[in-house]
Design a protein around this ligand. Sequence first.
Ligand SMILES: [Zn+2]
Ligand SMILES: [Zn+2]
Length: 405
Amino acid sequence: MISDLIGQQALKVFPEMVAFRRDLHRNPEISYKEFRTTERIIAELAALGYEIHRPLQTGCVAVLRGDAGGKGVLALRADIDALPMDEEGEHKQEFISQVPGAAHCCGHDLHTANLLGTAHILASLKAYVAGTVVLVFQPGEEKPPGGARLLMETGLLQKLGVQAIYGLHAYPYAGVGEIALIKGPMMARPDEFELTVHGKGGHAAIPQKTVDPVVIAAQIVTVLQSIVSRNVNPLDAAVVTVGKIAGGSVCNVIPDEVAMLGTIRSFSQALSTQISARIEGMARGIAEAAGATISYRYISGYPAVVNTDWAVDALKQTADGIPGVSVVTLPEPLMAGEDFSFYLQEFPGAYFYLGTGSNEAESNSWNWHHPRFNVDEKAMLTGMSVLAELVLKTKATPHPPIDDV
Ligand SMILES: [Zn+2]
Ligand SMILES: [Zn+2]
């Protein structure tokens, strides 16, 4: 019966949430600058009777205490920031970004509207909500240090007594009605490095008087490819990618230096540190052999996203019971990163992908962060139902199975 009520409420609030998502899409705000977005979210939540906390400059945390008793405290999280990029796509004509250099090309506008829709459903079914629900509208997912980290450092979620947390991400590789997740490690650590080769520039036709950093950098990029194949345990997942290389400006000048930026992906800090040491060591050796020097910096990113087994089971059981929703177990983790990991370092919980691809429109299958990225908004019907069911079916008393306690 409660499932029917949730379904009805989701359908009722859906058109309003589509409009809300499109409004955010037209007016995107980049990480830590989500001022208008925050005001819009708060206006809706306050009207619904939520208790609002503003621990950071942007974003908010909303609390609903259910009328059905119970001591559980369950948190649900949406990230609200846009990317610093320009958008493309006539398929989004009605609601394409009106802000140069800002675009919702990661689907956080959908996450926000989806959680707000869930807030509507839970408020309308407050009589059935046992325990407390904490809705986290988090800023700055796209930019280190990560809004999740900053929020955890304020201690608010700990003070509210959060016992478990769930979050989701728009997923263009699955269709509407599907959710996908995996137990244990689900997303990698995204660490970064900056590497500059300092040589000695000069005339391109008199190379013997120079130390050419272009040739040295080319050797370094090639040799770095052997780290994953020769230094990392073949049973551990890792990636080393040089994503940017910049040096020189014209054809007949050897520049003084070449700068590179790269990313290291893995599932542990220890492995990431080991890879970083190899990058630095190899680069230094090659540069010194050629008479150049390097400067090197390792930038630690978000931890890996590691799901709690019992929370994945709870989510699967909940979603499996909803008509039209199917749960897919991912065959393997993804090497992309996500700051939801900061919550999972302290609370049990699970992160899952919400299918937003669609057969109707090819436009919904563009990759994350692509300027043409879009979502099938009907995914919100699944997303809102899964989150609301999670709260109402578990009576907001998230607890591990008895033998896990
Ligand atoms: Zn993103
Ligand atoms: Zn994202």
